[in-house]
Design a binder for this molecule. Structure first.
Ligand SMILES: *[C@@H]1O[C@H](CO)[C@@H](O)[C@H](O)[C@H]1NC(C)=O
Length: 214
């Protein structure tokens, strides 16, 4: 009895830290870091290693480029992969924006988190513009905001996040300041309480696990 109560409590605590779904969509595994900013202006999360499916956007950031990237990824989970596996949609959809040598070398990569069921052995994408990316365990500094987010909004919020981190004394020497992640949690049809996040992270050091690359 005591044992089951304890394990139930442990389960609830684990869940309180990070429920495994958002509005019914599976999301990557994370927990709150021990240290959080006193003013709660952002959240510090520890993400476990995970495989994602990614596609490059060839420098483009407009709506059309985002739509095209989204559908390439969507086709992958609809069965355009070596196993013909159909996977559920997950959240968030992330776009990694990384700076290049010039403005015009800025890279944008959109990714879907691979459902836990397929994590250990993600099927290879049929479309060679897609690749599997294994993200190492990372710490993410996360700022959340609502509304319909365009790239200008992401930039606005990443600047605020960075200022908040500095104010809270974060040593940014350990943070990758050459890229950030924009995370979207809702479809365009979800009209209210939309969740967007921008993340600064410890270096992502993605390991491509397939030869396919964009
Ligand atoms: C990601 O997929 C590769 C196989 O492509 C596998 O070896 C690796 O363990 C997976 N990573 C995780 C975190 O499950």
């Amino acid at each position: 009895m005591i044992f089951s109560v304890l394990s139930f409590l442990a389960f609830m605590m684990g869940n309180a830290l990070s429920d495994s779904t958002y509005n019914g969509y599976e999301h990557p595994i994370w927990k709150l870091a021990a240290e959080q900013p006193e003013d709660k202006s952002y959240e510090v999360r520890e993400y476990a290693a995970a495989n994602w499916t990614s596609t490059g956007m060839q420098g483009h950031f407009g709506k059309d480029a985002r739509k095209a990237a989204f559908w390439r990824l969507f086709n992958y989970i609809q069965g355009s992969n070596s196993a013909g596996s159909i996977m559920s949609m997950t959240v968030p959809v992330t776009t990694c924006i990384s700076t290049g040598a010039t403005l015009f070398d800025t890279k944008r990569t959109m990714s879907f988190y691979i459902p836990l069921k397929f994590q250990a052995e993600p099927p290879t994408p049929t479309n060679t513009d897609l690749h599997i990316e294994e993200r190492q365990p990372m710490t993410a500094y996360v700022r959340t905001f609502s509304g319909y987010a365009e790239e200008t909004d992401w930039w606005e919020h990443i600047y605020v996040l960075h200022a908040d981190m500095l104010r809270n004394g974060v040593n940014t020497a350990n943070i990758d300041l050459k890229s950030f992640l924009a995370a979207g949690y809702d479809s365009p049809f979800h009209l209210i309480n939309r969740r967007n996040e921008v993340w600064l992270t410890t270096p992502l050091t993605p390991t491509p696990t397939t030869k396919n690359d964009a």
